[in-house]
Design a protein. Structure first.
Length: 244
């Protein structure tokens, strides 16, 4: 934690107003980026993808579940893994509460991993999550959307990830991402957006709260403190008697 100057309330207010100017600029830029994101051209999805779901095998079009918009989080859980990626698990902790709001707004949120469905179910049960989670095992889906890589891919020295050639030493056989799709009234599916690496960071509301805490994220490297939520040491319970 960096040292801080102790000032009067008037001096603090002056500094806070200066920061507010920057925060408003950030908000306007975020609005501009959002508008450009919504204006991106679309690509028709012609390839047939099959997913294993708790209700049986389904196509990409089936995953929309009666809605016109589908957002997929590419969760790092490969075949045979003992547990999912801690970072993906951290993000996933923020999803369940969004479901009724997204569904009511014509958006289906789906999590996809390459691990077989029984392995997904085991880890999902451990974490206590309720969001829909399906397997792309045996499908090209993860590879086509640049979140899974074969040993041969990695052996080439770099992989196509986050719209650049990422050195293999910085990559993994599974990597995170988020992709969005639209289905028209005729049932045609279009790929509208994909984001990788830190691109889905704003989904993680814990980060947004930490960014306003006195010590911020308090990390040496990105997410170096993050663990799966059942792996933190037990913390003393807060005394909430004042709110009873």
């Amino acid at each position: 934690m960096q040292p801080h100057t102790i000032v009067t309330r008037e001096e603090w207010l002056q500094a806070r107003k200066a920061l507010l100017t920057k925060e408003k600029e950030e908000t306007r830029l975020r609005d501009e980026v959002r508008a450009q994101r919504e204006a991106l051209p679309w690509v028709k999805v012609d390839k047939d993808y099959v997913f294993e779901t708790p209700a049986g095998r389904k196509s990409l079009a089936d995953l929309f579940d009666g809605r016109s918009q589908l957002v997929i989080y590419h969760f790092m859980l490969g075949p045979g893994w003992d547990a999912g990626c801690p970072g993906c698990s951290f993000l996933a902790d923020h999803l369940d509460g969004t479901l009724p709001h997204l569904n009511n707004h014509d958006v289906t949120l789906m999590v996809v991993s390459r691990a077989p469905l029984p392995e997904i179910k085991t880890y999902q049960k451990r974490m206590g999550w309720e969001f829909p989670w399906v397997s792309s095992f045996g499908s090209d889906f993860n590879f086509d959307y640049h979140v899974s890589f074969t040993k041969e891919d990695l052996a080439k020295g770099s992989v196509d990830y986050n719209y650049r050639q990422t050195p293999s030493k910085e990559a993994h056989d599974e990597l995170p991402g988020l992709s969005s799709f639209y289905k028209d009234e005729a049932g045609r599916v279009y790929h509208t957006y994909s984001s990788y690496a830190r691109g889905a960071e704003e989904i993680i509301s814990t980060f947004m709260i930490l960014d306003r805490a006195p010590k911020g994220r308090n990390e040496g490297e990105i997410m170096d403190w993050v663990k799966r939520h059942d792996e933190y040491e037990a913390q003393p319970k807060a005394n909430n008697s004042c709110c009873a």
